[in-house]
Design a protein around this ligand. Sequence first.
Ligand SMILES: [Zn+2]
Length: 491
Amino acid sequence: MAVVAAGRVAGAETTATLVGPSGATIPLRTEEAGGKTYFSVADVAAVLEGMIAFDSETRSFEVRLKTHTALFGTEAAVAVVDSKIVSLAAPARMSGLLAYADADFLGRVLGPIAGVTFSWDAGRRTLVAARSAMPEVSVEASVTDVGETTKVVLRFSQPPQYRVEKGGEMIVLKFPGVKLVPVATEKAVDGPRVSRVFFRPGEAVIALKERGLSTNVYALGGPPRLVVDVAHGGAGAAPPPGAVPAPAAPSKARTVVLDVGHGGTEEGAKGPSGMLEKDAMLALAKTMQEVLTQRGFRIVTTRSSDASVSLEERTATANAARADVFVSLHANASRSGGAHGTEVYYLSLDASDRAAALLAESENKAAETPTTEKNAALRDLDLILWDLAQNQHLAASERLAEIIQADFNRLLDVTTRGVKQAPFRVLIGVNAPAVLVEVAFITNPDEEKRLGSEEFRRQTAETLAGSLTTFFRTSASVPPVPYATKPPGRP
Ligand SMILES: [Zn+2]
């Protein structure tokens, strides 16, 4: 096979040979750094008949391979593969306008979506991408009704990559790159919300009883499972037949934990005239505490001064206070100064879009204080796969997020913003419905000014009071959830 020898370029760039799955051979640009070889992602994508693009606004790369996408930056050791977060050994590197990535990246990010395995022969400087035989993954479905929620649990022999497609009366879970071997191809259920679960090659299908049910999909580890929660829900949805209306005035004060974002050495985002997110959120939390206390709520905050507070301390505060809800307060940042409005998030392993994934990445990074370094476990995104307290509250968290989002859209006169999901680590261990509210864009000059005004903070507090009142009034009587026996960070 003739190999075109590309000329050596200045710097650490060297060349190698890349053999594609069809046997095609092309020159491969490489770089050596830290004793490791990094490969040109563009060259690898080309031999897999894919393409790569660079987004200068988010400074991220996107690889497209058929229907799959992989999104990554060069600052964090994570990639978003078909909207799922994948931890990496090291971030990709950028040289010129080209992305270079190590063998670990190729194996975890490009291999699974291209259906190939990579092998690097350092002596012969040859990287071979070969079609991988599809690994067999066995799967068994079970369906349980827990109160107002139907939980469909798919249990696997090993954790597969998956993609969710929701539409009408079906939820389709697709498992690319594996041969799915179901224990039974069909499970008739005939429950209140789910009629049956069946398997087709490469996918699982959950047939719902009606349209408009709210659904939430999340992964759990040990053993590897995917859980699909199906409930009547969403803001303003009619209560399910037979639901017991909650009393209009709760007999005991509801405990609301306000998590005040950042603090101390963690400044968070910065506004164009220098306002810091950590200061803006402390001022906002103080006003909220005053207003919500007047409205009869019991308020606990995770910090009341300019102090560094670790994620574990924030979560521990919420659980020790027996929080009824947890609201994490943040201010948003965007490279485009025109972005405005409130964004409300609840926890999911799947980020709902690339902006949500990148936001979670930056908020998670910002929350890393020296105290969390002791707990290396929490930094590992894979641990999101654990059975954690928040999983039991996801439907309620979604409902709370929908209510707050709708109310804040009215406050800021925004019509287009919807609730999003992302893997925010501060929400993971909270044993209560939990949301993260990016109240306004501190990077927008108008919204920075509003954040600095007591009048706006008061309006925001009144709006949140209204949202919480709606949330508690419309909460069906849900049995209390036992506390998790395995808190985050303590395996
Ligand atoms: Zn923040």
